[in-house]
Design a protein around this ligand. Structure first.
Ligand code: MG
Length: 287
């Protein structure tokens, strides 16, 4: 993370077929770092070369390679359970292979973290799927480790303590966390600020995303994503807690599920909010 400030504001964005064009879209917000997502259907042939050239030319630092997979559906909790990450058995092998391929591309870009949603890890270790998912995580930790990377799980689908136990059971020092405070609220898995205390030492990256709790009368529904500062995540408390636990990495703004120009407007407002919060920290004001 050479040349970046502590808590540098960045962006979570997805690679398009033209690396330079994708980066210029990300850079229009005045940012110089972010998390580069590789959609499951993006061909990876030539990606290492084109992204290396683009990142160098645009003086942009990618700190994480994020994987999504063909066939994932985030519409509601049952569909997430059925389709997301390494949990569904039918797609697990091909998704592990895809993650390894992204890890190889990321290695050529000096990216030290490969992240994904692993899916709904069963809450009970006695569940039939639990050892299978643990072993999949071990396999990817070992592969990413050979590439000098962490394998990084995004929070959301599990309560913090379930995730903590899973990390202990995988027994790999390079299994890390990408902490998304909104996901904990959207999935109803717990208070994100309290979760930072539980998971703190495992966190290598964070998303700055906001959202509301799911409706109480619809147990299968997810909460609603919201522009940063307008949902149920207490953003000043989130940043204060990150500083308290010693987090120094990028604050990657994530805004999805809205179309342009709303998305760009929301990202600009999010940057302004994070700058205001940072300024209040510097001045020592009470948050
Ligand atoms: Mg996220």
């Amino acid at each position: 993370m050479l040349g970046l400030n502590d808590l540098e504001i960045g962006l979570m964005f997805w690679a398009g077929p033209d690396a330079r064009k994708t980066l210029r879209e990300a850079k229009q917000f005045g940012l110089r770092a972010g998390q580069l997502g590789f959609p499951g259907d993006l061909p990876l042939e030539g990606a290492a070369e084109s992204w290396d050239a683009a990142l160098t030319a645009e003086h942009f630092t990618a700190v994480t390679a994020v994987c999504s997979y063909i066939g994932e559906d985030y519409a509601d909790i049952p569909r997430v359970a059925r389709t997301v990450g390494l949990v569904p058995p039918d797609t697990r092998r091909e998704r592990i292979a895809r993650t390894k391929a992204v890890s190889d591309v990321a290695r050529s870009l000096a990216i030290e973290s490969v992240a994904c949603h692993i899916g709904f890890v069963p809450h009970e270790p006695s569940h039939l799927l639990y050892p299978e998912i643990r072993d999949a995580a071990r396999e990817l930790c070992d592969y990413c480790g050979e590439n000098g990377q962490s394998f990084t799980l995004e929070t959301g689908q599990e309560p913090a303590r379930t995730l903590l136990r899973f990390i202990a059971d995988v027994e790999r020092p390079n299994l890390k966390i990408n902490f998304d405070p909104a996901n904990m609220i959207l999935y109803g898995t717990g208070d994100p600020i309290e979760a930072l205390d539980v998971l703190g030492k495992h966190i290598v990256s964070v998303h700055c995303k906001d959202g509301d709790w799911p409706p109480r009368d619809q147990p299968e529904a997810l909460g609603q994503e919201r522009p940063l500062g307008e949902g149920s995540v207490d953003i000043p408390a989130f940043i204060a807690k990150l500083k308290e636990i010693g987090y120094k990495g990028v604050l990657a703004i994530e805004r999805e599920n809205v179309s342009e120009p709303q998305r760009s407007e929301d990202i600009r407002k999010a940057i302004a909010l994070l700058k205001r919060v940072a300024a209040r920290h510097r001045s020592g004001a009470t948050l």
